[in-house]
Write a protein that binds this ligand. Structure first.
Ligand code: DGY
Length: 320
């Protein structure tokens, strides 16, 4: 019997085909609807490989149910949706898809930063509603990006790619990270700051740190209160890094100027989320890595990782 692979979303046929030649590939046949938990529990029972996406909560129960499971290949750079300790306990390899999405996610981060600073989505929706009745001296005015100070929290690969873009906009680049990036400091003039100092100095605070026990709720009311009244917060990492209730209060009371969010505590974000009622919030549906080329490259990496583990080779992107 061929080893079984279970894929939790419909993926591109061209990438799945080589796996189908060698393995018994089963796939949840929807691209947009997540696989129901009971189906996943049933399918994982005899699978040797699981191909997951960020909306799959692969917890202890799922991993325990996968009696033959050898690999969980998560199609994302973040893997906070996988219980890594449970995977280790059961000798299941976990892989992710770094590098191929770095530039794409940095592009989106910068697009969201520009769009939030200049209120692009708000201005566009006003035009479409017929509310653009005349040119107005202070109508739709925003914050300048060129020459401003950006503060990047989480200076990994994507952080550095955002910082390089910021330099092209003549911005001063501050960063906060677990480890100092001495080479990048010397090569590009990026400056390290402690978290509080960065929050006080930056015009744009950009969150790109992974979601871990240490970063959950990293930005709460105390941190937001340190930011400038004219500052903009951008979150392209994971929603749980920001206390959304505290962010709502800060934006409502204008203690910070605006926020651009690609990620939320609960995704898809419920329409009742109060943040969606604020005009100074620009929102996107978690599309950091969403270019055609990048998503196909992420699929390729996942397929290769599964092939490697099932054929007893070390996979390229094993996490931790
Ligand atoms: C990632 O890769 O972690 C993104 O958030 C999902 O595209």
């Amino acid at each position: 019997m061929k080893p079984k692979i279970y894929i939790t979303r419909k993926m591109d046929e061209r990438i799945v085909a080589p796996l189908q030649e060698k393995f018994d590939v089963r796939m949840w046949e929807s691209e947009s609807e997540p696989v129901p938990r009971d189906v996943l529990l049933k399918e994982v029972a005899d699978a040797e490989a699981l191909w997951t996406v960020i909306s799959d909560q692969v917890d202890h129960e799922i991993i325990e149910a996968g009696k033959k499971l050898k690999i969980i290949a998560n199609m994302a750079v973040g893997y906070n949706n996988i219980d890594i300790a449970a995977a280790k306990e059961h000798d299941v390899v976990v892989t992710n898809t770094p590098d191929v999405l770095t530039e794409t996610t940095a592009d989106l981060t910068f697009a969201l930063l520009l769009s939030t600073a200049r209120q692009l989505t708000f201005a566009e929706s006003e035009l479409r509603k017929g509310n653009w009745t005349s040119w107005s001296p202070m109508g739709y005015t925003g914050m300048d990006v060129g020459g401003a100070t950006i503060g990047i929290i989480g200076m990994g690969r994507i952080g550095e790619a955002v910082a390089r873009r910021a330099k092209g906009f003549n911005m001063d680049v501050l960063y906060h990270n677990r480890n100092r990036k001495h080479e990048a400091e010397a090569a590009h003039g990026f400056e390290y700051r402690e978290l509080d100092a960065l929050l006080k100095e930056a015009d744009f605070v950009v969150l790109l740190t992974p979601y871990t026990k240490e970063t959950a709720g990293l930005i709460g009311s105390r941190e937001l209160a340190l930011m400038k009244k004219t500052a903009v917060l951008i979150n392209v990492s994971r929603g749980g890094i920001v206390d959304e209730a505290a962010l709502y209060t800060a934006l409502k009371e204008n203690t910070i100027w605006a926020a651009g969010l690609d990620v939320f505590e609960t995704e898809p974000v419920p329409l009742e989320n109060p943040l969606l009622s604020l005009p100074n919030v620009t929102v996107l549906p978690h599309i950091g890595s969403a270019s055609i080329k990048t998503r196909l490259a992420m699929m390729e990496l996942n397929a290769q990782a599964i092939m490697d583990v099932l054929e007893e080779r070390a996979p390229k992107n094993q996490v931790e």
